[in-house]
Write a protein that binds this ligand. Sequence first.
Ligand code: CP
Length: 357
Amino acid sequence: MRTDSFKGKDFITLLDWSKEEVETILDVSLDLKRRYATGEYHDHLLRAKTLFMIFYNQSLRTRNSFEAGMTQLGGHAHFLDPDKIYTPALEGKEVAYSTERVSDVARVLSRMGDGIAIRCYGDPVDWEYGGANALLHEFARWSDIPILNMEDDKYHPFQALADVLTVKEKFGGFKGTKFVMSWAYSPSIHKPRAVPQSAIIAASMMGCDTVLAHPPEFDLDPEVIAACEANAVMNNSSFTITHDFESAFEGAHVVYPKAWAPKVFFKPPVGQDDEAGAKRINDRYKNWKMTSELMETADHEAIYMHCLPADRGWEVNNDVIDHTDVKRGWKSVVYDEAENRLHVQKAVMTLVMGGRY
Ligand code: CP
């Protein structure tokens, strides 16, 4: 397909991209992965280009994969702490000489570099679901250079790309692959919906038989669910929701249990801003933990996935997440999945910030 249409495009959610475009991104990711593995320099692709990275939240994988990726492509990534610049803020949320309106930040950075990547969810937007996504869209409205979503409160599209690239590598494709994204217990409820929502979008878009498992109080965004259902129709595959943790994994090829906040935790109109109630609900489901016994019920060659960081001992037992480097039988692929963040991000940056690939 033509790849010059990618140049200048924002990358905020996979819902803005076609299946064919995502397949191209995965192809480019594998090519860049091969070049990295064989020591073939490719630092001409974004030579002397700059990515500004604004992190409102912590990060290990995202920050380092973007920084390393820009170095390998011949450019440079600036880390920007919102507390050390004037915190970019939406109109109406400004504080004199402490914040700076997003429209000004976006237009200034557009004059100096080639991409703006943003991570924002949770406390910086007071857990108002969609508030961080709106911030990214406001950046996109004013920026002349691509906006890259490094995780907001709705989507984590680069994680989802790394997830489906890992599935493609392990199984050779997606058709007939049972991909189970499940809620799992964590003592912390301060977890956005971005990873599960982007994972089910990506898996259903690529053609997996996608299963979403969670207790009834942990519903995801109805718009995301509708998009997954439409993807399943497009691919002649399936998308199902279950509230039964154990049966969800029967015969699964991909086992992806991960915590997110119960619905009541979010501010109205999505939830009830009820932190104490959310904690009580959360603690009812301590048995939603991935164990080696449960992995045995999945497909013989199943893979355990997690975006990391994982809450070991709560979401998953050590003997599951550490079950890597296995020749036969089920295994954990969490480090392959983390590495793939590097390759998919390099692919997207090359396509949207660079020239013709
Ligand atoms: N998976 C992921 O986004 O990791 P970080 O929070 O460390 O960036």
